[in-house]
Design a protein. Structure first.
Ligand code: 13P
Length: 357
């Protein structure tokens, strides 16, 4: 393990108020999203979509890194250039999702455990040879009546720590993602309690496995009320609860916190991230940024719909959402940025309709 390289990579990923583009959906998740938008589900459509993402003009000005999936890291653009090369050329650091998904946790109805530790060292080495510089692993925690259980939390925290240490041994910065899901009718304060418990367990396992905290990044959920909870707190209340929770459990040695979006709309995710910056009374000990999937990609996917004619507008929409999130990392995001952009998109759609007719 070269600690200096890990620390430099982690710092580069959070530098300059940029964040990560999560484009590491598994084939089945990607296909499900394509199906919802009426897009054909095949290796070629997934490749074409990912090519659109990585070739977005100016993307490197607003994001620092992109998380790829095993299929995607091996793919190339139409001109034969590997996606990794395109990203590096745009000043974007390539990363890779290394878990192989969540399965039912035996003996724990309703809980999940993320798999992928067996043979991980060999896979990590292959990704390093391909040019990856950081690695993500997602653990999923469900809130329910008697969930999560102590043993469910600890089993996931242990797996996260094992993967993180193996990643550092191979020279990859671990992006440690314990996601407390938004699904359910739980309150914001229940989410805060569970998130604090999960993160405490994660950091205790990371220490036990001797993970270098300065050479990792944390990718947590924001502290939110469940999607079907009757009380939905304001943007400011969510921002305050999230920062309060993180300050209690995330050591200052960790260089950055890069939130997942978890199904929030793009605008809400940006507004909440922005409020974390504008409401902080003192400088936060870590960089606070984004590692969004849907909250950056969704508008682009809906515009593209699998048709080349929409590719440029889709890229504009992708760049716009990433730029909004970069502005949020500086406390400079305003809702008007999105209103102006949706007016622009609808005028472009009309232009395309005329072109097709
Ligand atoms: P979302 O932002 O869509 O939650 O995706 C982030 C991610 O990487 C999930 O593992």
């Amino acid at each position: 393990m070269n600690s200096r390289t890990l620390i430099e990579t982690a710092k580069a990923l959070v530098a300059d108020a940029k964040g990560l583009l999560a484009m590491d959906e598994s084939n089945s998740t990607c296909d499900k999203r394509f199906a919802k938008s009426g897009i054909e589900q095949s290796e070629e459509t997934r490749r074409a979509y990912r090519e659109l993402l990585v070739t977005t003009p100016g993307l490197g000005d607003v994001i620092s890194g992109a998380i790829l999936y095993d299929e995607t890291i091996r793919q190339r653009g139409k001109d034969g250039t590997p996606f990794i090369e395109t990203l590096v050329g745009a000043g974007i650091i390539p990363g890779i999702k290394v878990d192989i998904g969540a399965k039912d946790l035996a003996g724990h109805p309703g809980e999940l455990i993320t798999e992928g530790l067996d043979g991980l060292r060999v896979r990590l080495k292959e990704y390093v040879d391909m040019g990856a510089r950081f690695a993500k692993w997602r653990a999923i925690i469900v809130i329910g009546d008697a969930l999560p259980s102590r043993s469910g939390i600890d089993a996931n925290a242990h797996a996260l720590a094992r993967y993180a240490c193996l990643s550092q041994e191979c020279g990859l910065v671990p992006v440690v993602e314990p996601e407390v899901l938004m699904d359910g009718n739980h309150t914001l304060s229940r989410c805060e309690e569970v998130t604090e418990d999960v993160l405490s367990s994660v950091f205790s396992h990371l220490r036990a496995q001797r993970v270098l905290l300065e050479g990792m990044l944390l990718k947590p959920n924001m502290v939110l009320p469940g999607l079907s909870c009757a009380t939905q707190e304001s943007v400011d209340e969510v921002a305050d609860a999230t920062i309060r929770c993180l300050l209690r459990v995330v050591p200052a040695a960790v260089p950055g916190i890069m939130f997942l979006s978890g199904g929030q709309s793009g605008e809400l995710a940006s507004a909440r991230l922005n409020a974390m910056h504008t409401r902080a009374k003192e400088p936060l000990p870590w960089a606070v940024a984004f590692s969004f999937g849907r909250a950056i990609q969704q508008p682009a996917l809906e515009i593209w719909r699998g048709e080349e004619i929409h590719a440029k507008d889709a890229q504009q929409a992708l760049h716009h959402r990433a730029a909004c999130n970069r502005a949020a990392c500086r406390g400079e995001y305003r809702g008007e940025m999105d209103r102006k952009s949706s007016e622009q998109t609808s005028s472009n759609n009309n232009r395309n309709k005329v072109a097709v007719a």
